[in-house]
Design a protein around this ligand. Structure first.
Ligand SMILES: O=C(O)CCC(=O)C(=O)O
Length: 324
């Protein structure tokens, strides 16, 4: 397989703006396995809701882009039950460890690449409030200790995205100004940059086509708005960092790597609630997670620590209790 190369111009663009769109990274097959896995989950969960009398129709004739939208017009329960990082099937594991994505991660984060379980599945349902993600910096959610390091998000659409179906918007250059104050968003489900701190101009619409990847710095302000179509805007956001940073991945630590030190204020990981794992390495080849079974075990057995509450507000990710 040919290695994905990042040009000098792309690197400079990312450093200058805090984001970069790369088209045609993933091919149809890379994404189809994830789509098939999601289709199968939707089918199982729709049948359960149907048997429980919470759904009047299975909408079996609808495709990937519309079935969950139809189901959600009757109940948000199915969408919420697969939202965020709940699912961890084999295709999701294959996507996180896809060599093309790891080439990109390596180009920015270095040779020792850690993937984080703080990956999220986001089926943005038409006209569903929680689907809009307010302006934020990912670092607002992470440990302050990692503010000045790169924890890269790769935002991966599973369908073509545009302003109409709720693509991402970024405010270029905001990653250079540090982490600004966030508050709890009205939904109680997200942090959002305080309104007066959000630049009012130069919002860039990132209409990423399927197969493309949007790279985001952990400090660039970004968010997404309403989906005004009748289809679901499906996407996943994955995260990668260097093993030199704090990480709870079970790996041998090298001399130049930062390990947890409570007295010195060094956290266990940049996002301690979720499990990190080594996905590419030159010096610890034997410690790379190479099988779905290992990944699954890690996801199921990991007990995380809370993240420092730096803004004094508590928020709770969307969960089933919200849709009773
Ligand atoms: O997918 C979205 O709408 C929001 C994603 C996001 O904010 C993120 O990946 O940090």
């Amino acid at each position: 397989m040919t290695k994905i190369e990042i040009s000098k111009e792309q690197r400079e663009y990312f450093n200058e703006n805090g984001f970069l769109v790369i088209e045609k990274v993933l091919d149809e097959k890379d994404l189809q396995d994830v789509i098939d896995e999601l289709d199968a989950e939707i089918d199982i969960r729709a049948n359960k809701l149907f048997r429980q009398g919470e759904l009047s129709n299975l909408y079996e004739k609808e495709g990937f882009e519309t079935r969950l939208a139809k189901i959600s017009s009757e109940t948000p329960k199915l969408a919420v039950s697969i939202w965020n990082g709940i699912l961890h099937g084999p295709a999701i594991y294959e996507l996180i460890t896809n060599p093309k994505l790891l080439d990109v991660a390596e180009a920015f984060c270095g040779e020792e690449v850690i993937a984080s379980s703080v990956y999220r599945l986001r089926p943005k349902i038409p006209n569903y409030g929680y689907g809009e993600v307010p302006w934020h910096q990912d670092s607002g959610y992470f440990e302050p200790y990692c503010d000045d390091s790169l924890v890269m998000t790769m935002w991966i659409p599973l369908v073509d995205t545009s302003a109409v179906n709720g693509c991402l918007y970024v405010i270029p250059g905001t990653h250079k100004k540090g982490v600004v104050e966030h508050e709890m968003h009205g939904t109680g489900k997200y942090l959002s940059v305080k309104e007066e701190l959000v630049p009012k101009e130069n919002w860039v619409e990132c209409a990423v086509p399927k197969g493309g990847v949007l790279l985001l710095s952990n400090k660039v302000i970004h968010g997404s708005f309403k989906n005004s179509t009748e289809s679901v805007r499906w996407s996943m956001d994955l995260r990668y960092q260097s093993a030199k940073l704090p990480t709870n991945a079970q790996i041998t630590r090298m001399e130049d790597e930062i390990v947890e030190n409570i007295e010195a204020g060094v956290p266990a990981a940049c996002y301690p609630p979720d499990a990190d794992f080594l996905v590419r390495s030159k010096i610890r080849k034997d410690e790379v997670i190479v099988s779905y079974e290992e990944f699954k075990k890690l996801r199921e057995n990991f007990v995380g620590k809370p993240v420092t509450n730096r803004f004094g507000v508590t928020w709770k990710e969307i969960q089933m209790d919200d849709v009773k």
